[in-house]
Design a protein around this ligand. Sequence first.
Ligand code: ZN
Length: 404
Amino acid sequence: MEEIKSPRKTVMLSGGVLVALAMIMALVMAFSATPAGIMVDNRQIAAVKSEAQAEAVIADFLAEQKTLADSEVYFAENVTVAADIKADTVVSYEEAMQLLAEAATPVTDGAAIVVNGKPVVYMGSTELANNALQYLKRSYLPNDSTMTVLDAKFAEEVIVEPAEAKVAELCDLNEAKLALKGIDTGVAPISVIVVLEKTRTEEVPFKTVYKNSNKLRYGVTETKQQGVNGSREVTLQLVQTNGVETARYEMKSTTLVEAVDAIVMQGAQVQTSSRSTTYVTEAGMIWPTTAKRISSYYGTRSRGYHTGLDIDGNSGDPVWAAKDGTVLEAGYNGSYGNDIVISHGDGLKTRYSHLKSISVSAGDKVTIGQQIGTEGSTGNSTGAHLHFEVIVNGDSVNPLNYIK
Ligand SMILES: [Zn+2]
């Protein structure tokens, strides 16, 4: 009777009972839960107090890694929970987290920057990796409005490819920039080649032309025409590798203002020791004696090669230094007879042979036109003459290119 009268009360009572039961059940389960194992590739790495806690450790660990990676993270290994295991001791939540971090490898679907087939940097996505490469290129472009960038490229084969990346090895953009520039290792894995063009105006320095003047004494110079610098517009192509110039090409040059040569007159008048006046050649030497007649030229002759010029004359004629210099040898020298060699610097020497007398010694400084001996016929000689040689870097050359 009562039950019929008050059915709502029964329902309400039943709801209260259910809530109470659920609470009791939860308490019972919490107190009666059996330990669970966290398994990595079927190896138990930690025992925790319950299956729920094992699952929480795994979920929380992945969530933490996901925050670090900024993308979905999974384990490279097979990570599972073994319920209802027998365990004498269980570890805390924190210890389980630590053990999982040591045993498992969280990875994400990221991207690798691959240089000549070798991955050098891992990033969270291909987009990030491409950004890092773009940044790398941009970082080597000049901050100079006078330069035009013709090309910016990598010397190596550089590609970005999707790759499973360990969260611990992921680089963010800043880390990638440092790694790609080799800041830490000192060796940049990528060479960025930038080709630049630059047009600029530059000065063209004038040249100085020297001309002999028979009106001026040897050693005196007179500027006949002042030099004036010119200018030109030049287009350069510069090649830089990782910011360092490795090549430079001149692509185009346009003269804006022609340079004007400076003309300097050099005195050619030489007063010889015999008080006669002679003149230096453009090559800077004087004829070394009074006689002018050539009895044998430089070069091939019937008996062998003649390394000098034979100038006829009389025994006792003066022999002069053909140019300022230092006496290297002065004395008797086999078939050369009485012989003098003078060094004029820059590998240039002169030789005077078959002399009757020698009036200088090795080591003496001599000036052009200074008498150094007299003509004779000593050594391998059939009559009084001067054998005169010009030697350049150890080889005799035709003296008539130096005297006339
Ligand atoms: Zn000779």
